[in-house]
Design a protein around this ligand. Sequence first.
Ligand code: FCB
Length: 393
Amino acid sequence: MTKREVRFPREFSWGTSTSAYQIEGGGTNTDWWRFERTGDTPAVEPCANACDSWHRYEEDLDLLVKFGLNAFRLSVEWARIEPERDVISTEALDHYRQVLQACHARSILPVVTLHHFTLPLWVADAGGFESPEISTWLANYARVVGEALGEYIGVACTINEPNIVAIMGYLVGVFPPRASSWERFVAVNKTMRASHIAMRDALREGPGTFPIGLPLSMQEYEAVDGGEEQLESLRHEMEDEYLNAVKDDDYLGVQCYTKMLIGPNGLVTNPQDELTEMGYLFWPQCVEYTVRRAAQITGLPIIVTENGIGTNDDDQRIRYLAGALQGLSNVIRDGVDVRGYFQWSLLDNFEWILGYAPKFGIVAVDRSSFARTPKPSAQWYANATKGFPESVL
Ligand code: FCB
């Protein structure tokens, strides 16, 4: 297919990143909602009302304006837009159109993810990512979203971290559908790549000139105690197969949080290391490492679509962000084509099986009133983006 004209925003995009299920609340028609309520679930608590952003999105966008940011990454929920097979909810599309218009009214570029971890129940019940029809369903859904919202989309992301959905759901067995098989993990990764391409091509046929890409979870990896072979086979499945499959995209979304140490039997943690609330190694240097690697292999422009830290210690968050932006300025100075950076996350939100415990937000959310209170890191981030890169050196 011929490549359509693509327009990137003129200036660097500075934003925060979110997803529908984690902030909207009321995602009842999804596999995750059911999974959180199933007997022996590893989910520590249900998502319930999340941050109530379905109703409070204008307040969220006003915070971005207050911080002087110019972009916002959000997702639209497939289960709301297509609640049953081939049944399209114009109400849901109208809602998301209003959200996107509210972004534009504030000069905020909306970066829109079509799939962020959750599946509609009808898809999950028909086999989810193991159904032979999944790519077709996703492409149809992308076509619907593109036609209804394409003129308002600033940048599109197809499937959020398909490699994490595959590893957590089909190998580690802690996300739905809780399978533990290397073969199923590999097969789902393959399906994800085909689905991404089908969605991208469907979006390209619709209105709008927005860039389209895949937000991939990447790590800085290090082999320890002879873990080289293990590292290579894991990284091959988690990253390289994807990086080689997206070369006709408009950009690549890099999402990184940490460095992983890989020994001959898998993941290793050193007791003396500084760990975050997610159990991740404190490693802001991962931004520089992954962005370089992604750009080198794909040759594509890069957007850091997620990066941040789960911590109750906001000073630690500032320290992390300073390290991350330092790395980003290094790669930009070396000529790597980076178009934006999206801190995860605007709000303290629902962190999947870990519930509300990890605090990734630059804004705190009261769990009963949903009142939003910016943390010092919000002001720090706002200032850093203004004088970038000098401000972080
Ligand atoms: C990423 C997910 C995102 C959030 C962060 C902390 O893997 O894409 O939804 O949970 O991790």
